[in-house]
Ligand binder design. Structure first.
Ligand SMILES: N[C@@H](CCC(=O)N[C@@H](CS)C(=O)NCC(=O)O)C(=O)O
Length: 297
């Protein structure tokens, strides 16, 4: 293993080889090859849409979208949400790789027609659902272009926040000043992009709440509230006042509050709905309700 704390600088070999894990937080699941590690089919529920996910910012984008569609009355958006525990390598099952050859949550199967349609990449899933139900994506050309520009901005930008800043600030085995500086700079620039945009319009794409807000909020809304990587003070997020105003407003939406609970495995037990198969599950199947009752003393 290359020890980043070693006194002698690392000289890359001519050809990189995977000889040992990196030692970072996700070292046990990171591999330089794609494909399945084991045979296992995905479960199937009764609804038209089957979601295989986890309550991370990328996963939450899709559960918020589905809850928003249901709140608008689109009954065809009923879904089963199955939990994929990435830390246990469940994204490498043959069934999951069939739904997403890239082995990352979220993955969606639309079983509403004879041949199921697979959709992977959270941005593609949001766009697919927006087009299928005609919601949260403007139809007028200029507004649609603005909305899709921000949606794709998020897809290109979040890896700098999560894979870059978050990784080196919170997860890497050593604190590397160069890497943290580089990604902190970029994340602050991105936050400023959003802050300027939200100073001039109530929502990201303009006057209406769209898939752009749904994609950006779980990452950058959380960052503005100091909820990612315990880095609020380090990134001085209090200066992004317009992002904070927008983040607070979106957090109040009931569909957002429900979407955040689905496939969530951290935080207060009453906020964790590991699997969602019915609208009633929010009231009856959160982890606090499923916990074995202790006998009264
Ligand atoms: N660009 C992808 C990123 C998805 C992604 O990074 N998912 C992470 C969790 S947030 C994952 O499944 N990681 C598992 C792994 O890397 O093995 C998307 O937006 O859908």
């Amino acid at each position: 293993m290359n020890d980043t704390t070693q006194a002698t600088p690392y000289v890359p070999p001519t050809v990189w080889t995977w000889d040992q894990a990196s030692g970072g937080r996700f070292a046990n699941i990171n591999r330089p090859i794609a494909g399945a590690t084991h045979d296992k089919d995905l479960p199937r529920g009764k609804h038209p849409l089957q979601l295989y996910s986890l309550g991370t910012p990328n996963g939450v984008k899709v559960t918020i979208m589905l809850e928003e569609l249901l709140a608008l009355g689109h009954v065809g958006a009923e879904y089963d949400a199955w939990l994929i525990r990435i830390i246990e390598g469940e994204q490498f099952s043959s069934g999951f790789v069939g739904a997403n050859p890239n082995s990352k949550i979220p993955a969606l199967l639309d079983c509403s027609s004879a041949e199921p349609v697979r959709v992977f990449e959270s941005g593609a899933i949001l766009m697919y659902l927006a087009e299928k139900f005609g919601a949260f994506l403007p139809s007028e050309s200029a507004q649609r272009a603005e909305c899709l520009s921000w949606l794709f901005w998020q897809m290109g930008s979040a890896p700098f926040l999560g894979g870059g800043f978050g990784h080196f600030y919170a997860y890497a085995p050593a604190k590397i000043e160069y890497a943290i500086n580089r990604f902190a700079m970029e994340v602050k620039r991105q936050m400023d992009v959003l802050n300027r945009r939200l100073a001039e319009s109530p929502y990201i794409a303009g006057d209406a709440y769209t898939v752009a807000d749904i994609a950006i909020w779980p990452w950058y809304g959380a960052t503005a509230k100091g909820l990612t990587y315990e880095a609020g003070e380090f990134l001085n997020v209090g200066e992004y006042t317009h992002v904070i105003r927008w983040a607070d407003e979106i957090a109040k939406r009931p569909a957002v509050q429900r979407g955040r609970m689905v496939n969530r495995v951290v935080g207060p037990l009453e906020q964790q709905l590991h699997e969602r198969h019915d609208a009633g599950d929010f009231a009856t199947r959160t982890q606090d309700k499923l916990k074995p009752q202790t006998a009264p003393a």
